[in-house]
Write a protein that binds this ligand. Structure first.
Ligand SMILES: Cc1cn([C@H]2C[C@H](O)[C@@H](COP(=O)(O)OP(=O)(O)O[C@H]3O[C@@H](C)C(=O)[C@@H](O)[C@H]3O)O2)c(=O)[nH]c1=O
Length: 185
């Protein structure tokens, strides 16, 4: 695997190293040793699959508060997504900045997301399938989120929103949460 750190500290784009032959190719998609060698947490507690009917569907921006340690390794296995993370770690040099990465079935890239980063994606094709490995269990009591269009982050999504859950439309704005919690998370 080829690990490239993004401008969000500790978030990596992971490319495959294809071993090609006449049958096709073989590629490693996860390896505890390689993850550790690059400083990534290798824990996997849960693996999820997300299927989306329509192009333009948006899910996010989600994170789990401590003590949850929810790293994610996201990969699109059918269609294409625009995958976005926001750094919510107060002590991080990239605090409150975000990145967007196109993950497609064709480019086979994965995005490793450190814990305390909000995550979301928009589908760029119909019938998009996304798989992700989680570093901690789903814990609704620690689950939280921000709105995809929160002006505090200014994320530019590639398409108009075609589908979004009621929950994701209704997250509290960052500025409001900051007043309520003194740190915005
Ligand atoms: C995330 C999750 C949801 N659920 C349930 C809750 C609900 O009934 C149903 C759908 O949940 P949601 O609407 O939260 O699903 P969704 O909006 O797809 O949530 C996901 O979004 C992306 C962007 C992420 O980063 C993920 O970590 C996760 O938060 O599945 C679980 O049982 N286990 C899980 O791990």
């Amino acid at each position: 695997m080829i690990f490239t750190e993004t401008k969000i500290k500790g978030a990596f784009i992971i490319d495959l190293e294809l071993q090609r032959d006449i049958r096709g190719f073989f590629a490693r998609t996860f390896c505890i040793q390689e993850f550790k060698a690059h400083g990534l947490k290798p824990t996997i507690t849960q693996c999820n699959l997300s299927f989306n009917y329509k192009k333009g569907t948006l899910r996010g921006m989600h994170y789990q508060k401590p003590p949850s340690q929810e790293t994610k390794l996201v990969r699109c296995i059918q269609g294409a997504i625009y995958d976005v993370i926001i750094d919510l770690r107060l002590e991080s040099p990239s605090y409150l900045s975000h990145i967007g990465v196109e993950l497609t079935a064709e480019n086979r890239l994965a995005l490793y997301i450190p814990d305390m980063c909000a995550h979301g994606f928009q589908t760029l094709t119909d019938e998009t399938e996304v798989t992700y490995q989680m570093g901690d269990f789903y814990a609704p009591e620690y689950a939280s989120g921000y709105r995809y269009d929160d002006p505090a982050f200014g994320i530019e999504w590639p398409l108009p929103i075609s589908e979004i859950s009621e929950k994701d439309r209704a997250w509290t704005l960052f500025e409001q949460k900051k007043i309520e919690t003194h740190r915005g998370v």
